[in-house]
Write a protein of this length. Structure first.
Length: 327
């Protein structure tokens, strides 16, 4: 028996209902508190030192996202977001589906003219829009604090690059929201789905970056010339970059760094190798890349994040379609 009508009938209804629930929930209050604390705290740390470069820095506001005090364990705002955004997404998605089963409301919802496609997609879009609302508020808060304290308006290119960074951050939130919803579909227990999502976050964001250097050094072929110069060989840096990009947060950091730090030699100076140092010959030090060139450099990471979102959501969709729903 073939179903009638579009499989997405009811997406708008589910989206509006879930979005309203998120905005009025305790989780949204926690999200608002985190936005204020992160925005005010990390921006205040960066403001004092960034203000010293007002006269000689063309991308003053972008430094608010990148500044990190030397010899300090406190990360930059970019590093903090790479850790916090997954937690926010997991908090919104770990019980998106299994809570309906536990409350015995799933059969009632699907008894309405709403297909499973619409239900899952509506829940995902509602969670993503909630995260986008919080991240946009954080972005505006940082820009507002910068305007009030420094008294210098951002340039049009800074605003454009900031918007590009915001979009990349929302895509990262979509990745972890899809992962959390996948565990919510697989496991009927909300505690189990939350623990699995948090365990994966702990491994990919905290543990995996510590393991990558050792794995790269063990696999890659050593280079005697690079060792004498105290640098990494080309094969070692290739393995290091490839393994680090297994983590969505690693992809996010790479793409965001290219967008927020447009200097032509910034990436080479962060990870110098014998092969990369040869690229400095003839390069204008301190020159900046146009926005379109920066986006081209970040495009592989951005498309990979989008592909992860689509792939994980497709797996969750298939698993959800195969589940039995009883009254």
């Amino acid at each position: 028996m073939r179903r009638e009508g579009s499989p997405f009938t009811g997406v708008g209804v589910v989206f509006l209902k879930e979005y309203a629930d998120h905005l009025g929930s305790v989780r949204m209050r926690v999200l608002e508190i985190l936005v204020v604390l992160i925005g005010v705290g990390f921006t205040a740390l960066a403001i004092y030192n960034v203000r010293k470069t007002i006269q000689r820095d063309d991308f003053l506001f972008l430094n608010l996202f990148l500044y990190q005090q030397e010899d300090s364990a406190v990360p930059s705002l970019l590093g903090a977001l790479a850790i916090v955004i997954p937690l926010l997404a997991i908090g919104l998605g770990f019980d998106a589906v299994n809570s309906e089963f536990n409350r015995r409301t799933m059969s009632r919802i699907l008894a309405q003219p709403i297909y499973r496609d619409a239900l899952l997609l509506g829940k995902f879009l509602a969670g993503l829009c909630t995260l986008a609302t919080g991240l946009t508020a954080l972005w505006l808060l940082i820009i507002g604090i910068g305007l009030l304290t420094m008294g210098v308006p951002p340039s049009s290119e800074e605003v454009t690059r900031g918007i590009a960074f915001l979009i990349i951050a929302i895509i990262l939130a979509g990745v972890w929201l899809a992962i959390a919803m996948l565990f919510s579909v697989i496991f009927r227990s909300t505690a189990t789905s939350a623990l699995c999502a948090l365990g994966l976050w702990l491994f990919l964001v905290i543990v995996w970056p510590m393991l990558v250097p050792s794995i790269a050094m063990a696999i890659a072929t050593p280079d005697a010339m690079a060792n004498r110069a105290g640098l990494l060989s080309d094969s070692q840096i290739d393995w290091f970059m490839g393994l680090s990009r297994i983590s969505p947060s690693g992809l996010f950091s790479d793409a965001a760094m290219v967008v927020l730090q447009p200097q032509t030699d910034a990436a080479i100076l962060r990870t110098p190798t014998i092969g990369m140092l040869s690229q400095l010959q003839g390069m204008v030090r301190g020159a900046t890349l146009p926005l379109n060139e920066s986006l081209l450099l970040a495009w592989p990471q951005i498309t990979t994040l989008v592909a992860i979102v689509i792939s994980v959501f497709a797996i969750a969709y298939i698993a959800f379609q195969r589940q039995e729903v009883r009254a």
